[in-house]
Design a protein around this ligand. Sequence first.
Ligand code: CA
Ligand code: CA
Ligand code: CA
Length: 822
Amino acid sequence: MKQKLFVLALFTTTTIANAQDLHLNDLEYFERQGVNVLVFSNSFNGGFNDEKNSGIEVIHHGVRTMQGGAVRLNKTPEQWDLVPKMTSRKVDKQAGSIEVTMRYDDYDFDSRVVVTAKGKAIEISVYLDKPVPEKLAGEAGFNLELLPSQYWLKTFTMDGRLNRFPRYATSLTKTRPNEEKPRQFKGFRTYDDRGSGRFVDPLPLETGHRFVAATDAPERLLCINSVDANLELYDGRMLAQNGWFVVRSVLPAGKTGRVLTWTVEPHAIPGWIRQPNIGFSQIGYTPEQPKIAVIELDKNDAPQATARLFRIRDDGTTEQAFEGAVTTWGPYYKYNYVKFDFSAVRDPGVYFIEYGSTQTNDFLIDAHVYDCITDATTDVWVPIHMNHMYVTEGYRTWHGEPFKEGYLQAPESDHFDLHRQGATTDTKYKPLELIPGLNVGGFFDAGDFDIETSSNINVVQNLIRAWELFHPQRDETFVSQQQRYVELHRPDGQPDILQFIEHGMLNLVAQAEQIGHMASTLSNSVLDNYHHLGDAASITDGLRYDPNLKPYEVSTDGKRSGTPDDMWVFTTRNPRLDLQAANIFNSAARVLRGYNDVLADRAQQQADRLRREADELLRPSRFARDAQADTDNDWLTGTGDGNYRNIARDLQTMLDSIPMKDTAYRQRLRPAVEHFNEYIHSFDAQNPYGVPIGLGNWAGVNAVLNFGITVNYAHLYFPDIVAKDEVYRVANWLYGCHPYHNYSFVAVVGAARPKQVFYGNNRADFSFIPGNVAPGLLFRKPDHFENFDDWPFLWGQNEGTIAGNTQYIIFGSALKNIVNSH
Ligand SMILES: [Ca+2]
Ligand SMILES: [Ca+2]
Ligand SMILES: [Ca+2]
């Protein structure tokens, strides 16, 4: 947001007096103006362990800068270190306190934390009924974690000694025997000890009793006092790039009762009012489309009566182009919302919005603003995610050819990325035997490098839909399957989308042929290379694993190694997945015919076999599929229950079949589309942005994109029911009209201010892969949306997935088609 600072002097002393002390509010968190302290409003969940979204959290002047406050077993917990289970949470309004009990089942270790408001500070006390278990003595401590990107380069003091938070991890470590390390998630290890038998343990940057952070930045200033125990400051990035700064005190051994007391005082800037977040489309607007900025306001902020639109002339001077009323939408979670409609402005040009003393960056009004919205995704993001290929761009190599040694049959396993291999393999292969022919084609899943079969099926499905509807002939990618070589921005005479479909199919068909059915995933066998950040070709050593060699030993012929790093194939048979694959194989065979007839034939052959076998295996549950068919009929006869659940998904399926059906079918769909149009408008009352907003631990871009695609298709087929104006809802959201900040969620050509950091496989560089689409706004209970643009490592808000990004290609292709065709 290139916005001017809000003038604070306007605020009266009454506002300041009300905001003096922390108090426990109705949403059960501690609040004073500028400071929110959440005590286990968000608890640790088992899924991915430490998601850096839990425990005691501080939202400091609108930014969540602290989390992880809990009894922890590690100095700087990593994602797969154990997290405590919250066993109870009691809120005492009278006493102004929140008490949480937590438990580590692995160690039969219970603790209780009581947080009480004391004036401007909170007091944190840790109680133990039984002493710290012997195995954890000296290890278990109370931790609080500070967000590095909000603290690095700022000053701090420990007992008055001056220091500065380091921009990069460069402090000291020591190694200790593995036996001393607290158990990690499911017994996995995040590190490869290279046969040393020792793990790395960070040493503190500072220790003392009074820690003051960001003495040079009032919005981040924070003071922690501990009377009894030493405070230790660590840099979690020493072990993992996504680590935070950690302040901790070790719990005393052999003691019970109140074992530790801290006071934590986040400074509040007197009378602080968050500056307005003017949501608008960074892509810009076509002259004819509706143009409505949604302005997010602090609840203590008084709305302006009007806002203005300025035009930047060719000579660089500006003129006011429009002034219009600001209308109230109302409160939505913690902020208030107003709108500024400047649809009346239609002249092409360069503009910016001014609301009070806040100005936005500039944007275009022009007929061509949507022309390039999918180019970065198709030309850059997708080819970079092509597995089993060398991918290069200009002078840069994105990655070498990964996984040359192939894939092994997974043994029985409960995997760290939520996969499971049962006791039987459902294949002819023995555990850890090579399944030949699978290191071909396919796309990296997301910020990781596995092949999720269902996602890859989605990719092919999405690309086929884009191909069959719009026939995009764009050729900016050189793909040679024979050379296993991809070069960006080098045309090779073949439409890229067809080459991507082929690439996806090469892996999927190989799965069907080699395994006999679809694998659930092709993924890492060891956790210590799953969190890989760097060249995908270096995840494994490229040498076939040979258990007869010692770890790290290489055979004399240089072809095998004793390092068990080969990827695994999870092969438990799922006939529904096979059926899903069979449907896509049919369509792919149709699309590939004439381009790669051999692959088309193989796809068709596997489609027929998989369908036949899946039908056989699914025979007992045929009832479930008949029930689904009934739902479709309810839609068509208008006898559905009026419930909006799954409405977009069901309607999309029906819209997709229109090209194959007669006009009578289209007529019969009309009631469903009318129903869907009501559904579209229902969002205008639900939130100020008019799109479905998700509240899960993965922000909701997939649901938003699905919604957008269905709106687009509904308009394409039924323009008299779903108006053209509706197709811009999701575009506005994606490109900047959303809560928290107004950056585009798509690292894309055309946007004035796209997000700068994403959770791609280059996230350690605080960078992005062009064309990526972020999940978006992550909801933190009870009332906070966030999307960090200086910290890429929270996947729930910043990761892009291969399925989501190819969904975006359909959305964008449809939108361009609509904008340019009427
Ligand atoms: Ca994955
Ligand atoms: Ca090409
Ligand atoms: Ca290997």
